[in-house]
Design a protein around this ligand. Structure first.
Ligand SMILES: Nc1ncnc2c1ncn2[C@@H]1O[C@H](COP(=O)(O)OP(=O)(O)OP(=O)(O)O)[C@@H](O)[C@H]1O
Ligand SMILES: [Mg+2]
Length: 273
């Protein structure tokens, strides 16, 4: 867990071209090893902690196209695989994002995969074991994944109800990594870099975030995300007064309860007042 994230050997794209991502541990090495060995990867962690940024960063470093699908309970297997469409009076087959990734050797990223119905996740099974095939019933094709194809899925284990978990037969097809909010020093660096606000002022925002996160499970359903600290810092860097920016970006998004909000604002005054 050294936080380093060195460029991939042989990758034609420089790591500096990749979206900024500050590693918390060995997740970059784990992703590279999984990718090199055709293993799919599952990222677990709270909202706004860097999962999506991590995947975009790794896709750029490995010089692979990235197809992202936001999963929801209306998503059908055809949305992933493809369908026949009428084009200029002709019926043509149009690949879905998963099929495109399989053909091109790209990374397919299924965000919030627990939201997908079971009949959708089952489509992933032959792709995520050593067969690496995608049967397309409608065309009769059985596609073998091109070299470089990688399936990445993510979800937030926190706020889903108990019924919305992955089946063991699905989850046990992935190498998994748990993400969490970074330790304060790292998070300060991330937010300063993302917002352009100076580190001293960012540090106070991060201190507040740590205090707000301690309220998770009591007054708050979820802790304040790195994303929201970036928002607050961005508003402050634009010249907005600190307390107003913090209220808008770090308090209002967390709760609708007036009493809880008042309590949280007292915490803000204690830190910045
Ligand atoms: N390690 C990191 N390096 C760089 N930026 C980060 C990092 N962690 C978080 N961020 C910042 O936080 C923002 C939110 O991260 P991201 O969108 O990746 O969260 P997520 O885990 O995918 O959340 P969700 O589950 O809601 O989709 C990013 O846009 C980026 O500004
Ligand atoms: Mg995301």
């Amino acid at each position: 867990m050294d936080g380093s994230c060195k460029p991939v050997e042989g990758a034609s794209k420089k790591a500096t071209d990749a979206p900024f991502y500050l590693a918390q541990g060995d997740e970059c090495a784990l992703f590279e090893a999984a990718s090199a060995n055709n293993l799919p990867m599952l990222l677990k962690g709270p909202t706004g902690c860097g999962k999506t940024r991590f995947v975009s960063h790794m896709a750029a470093r490995l010089n692979r196209p990235l197809y992202t699908v936001a999963c929801h309970d209306d998503l059908s297997a055809a949305d992933l695989i493809g369908r026949y469409l009428l084009k200029g009076g002709e019926t043509v087959w149009v690949d879905g994002p998963l099929t495109r990734a399989v053909r091109e050797g790209a990374i397919c990223y299924l965000d919030e995969v627990v939201e997908a119905r079971k009949d959708v996740t089952v489509v992933l099974h032959p792709l995520t074991d050593d067969r690496r095939i995608l049967p397309i019933d409608r065309t009769g094709e059985e596609l073998e994944a091109a070299p470089g194809f990688m399936l990445v899925a993510s979800y937030n284990p926190g706020y889903q109800n108990i019924l919305k978990t992955l089946k063991p037969s699905t989850r046990q097809r992935f190498v998994a990594a748990e993400f969490d909010f970074p330790p304060p020093d790292l998070e300060t660096d991330i937010v300063a870099r993302e917002s352009g606000l100076d580190s001293a002022r960012v540090r106070s925002l991060v201190r507040l975030a740590v205090k707000l996160r301690a309220l998770k499970g009591q007054d708050l359903e979820e802790g304040v995300s790195t994303r929201l600290i970036v928002y607050a810092a961005t508003l402050i860097a634009q010249g907005m007064p600190v307390e107003r920016a913090v209220e808008a970006a770090m308090i209002e998004p967390l709760t609708d309860d007036a009493d809880i909000k008042r309590g949280l604002l007292d915490l803000v005054v204690a830190i910045f007042g």
